[in-house]
Design a protein around this ligand. Sequence first.
Ligand code: NAG
Length: 326
Amino acid sequence: MAAVRRGSWPWGSLLGLLGLVSAAAAAWDLTSLRCNFGAFCECDFRPDFQGEQPRAPGPERPADRRALGPRGALVVKALKAFVQDPAPTKPLVLSLHGWTGTGKSYVSSLLAHYLFRGGLRSPHVHHFSPVIHFPHPGHLERYKKDLKSWVQGNLTACSRSLFLFDEMDELAPGLIEVLRPFLGPSWVVYGTNYRKAIFIFISNTGGEQINQVVLEAWRSRREREEIRLQELEPVISQAVLDNPNHGFWRSGIMEEHLLDALVPFLPLQRHHVQHCVLNELAQVGLEPRDEVVQAVLDSTTFFPEDEQLFSSNGCKTVASRITFFL
Ligand SMILES: *[C@@H]1O[C@H](CO)[C@@H](O)[C@H](O)[C@H]1NC(C)=O
């Protein structure tokens, strides 16, 4: 998660394909959303997609929102529609998929910053990681009980809560099943409106399949931008359904169509890594330097072997490697 600290991801390519319907700049016009009516002032929930800089200061502050690019606008648009709705019909459930280092965690941290004043540190953002929260497969039953009561308890305290599940492909099978009732439309339990919650699931599952689609597009000289979400969705779904290590395995979540969107993250190419380096230099207040960019690129592994097209770990280690070449 270290990469979350820094704003070094090439946004335009990340949220990828959702921007097919080219969402106009109007999508950003959210000034009027700021706490203008009571529903938004629940907890520290303060949706703000408009600020020139995301508000939260400190090390988690993401990069300039303009870096999101027009193609990410559709996700933001969906998010906007959801948060604007005082009585949504179901919680918002997103599943992010892609190769390592393509910015999934960064995107989720950015969304947290857009939604909550404290960003990832908001008491209403709950971040679960298998190794930290659910390390022992033998304790499944206890974890199930805990998770259910946490989600329930937190949603009772604040119906606008964000639950973030990292590394879904390393989660004890059977655990996420307990969430199923919370993700659907029909749950108003104990007088609490569970439909305002936001769930984000992150995994590398489907990453290889996404890479394959992008590689084939490249081989047939199609622009990456031409790859449609409709091409990627089925391959990602299949990869999830076929992966017994993914938290959704036999949980009913895919089968019952409880996900609102599968968000593909495309593998990063040379120019994306270059972009990350430049961003990273800017973040630490340095001028762009060709020799640094070149040195980082030279130390990056690309695949497949023949084409040398995609960075094997995306931009994940750019920040740490850069210091070697300064
Ligand atoms: C909310 O979730 C956290 C885990 O993120 C948990 O420690 C806490 O007990 C939960 N709160 C309630 C009221 O259940």
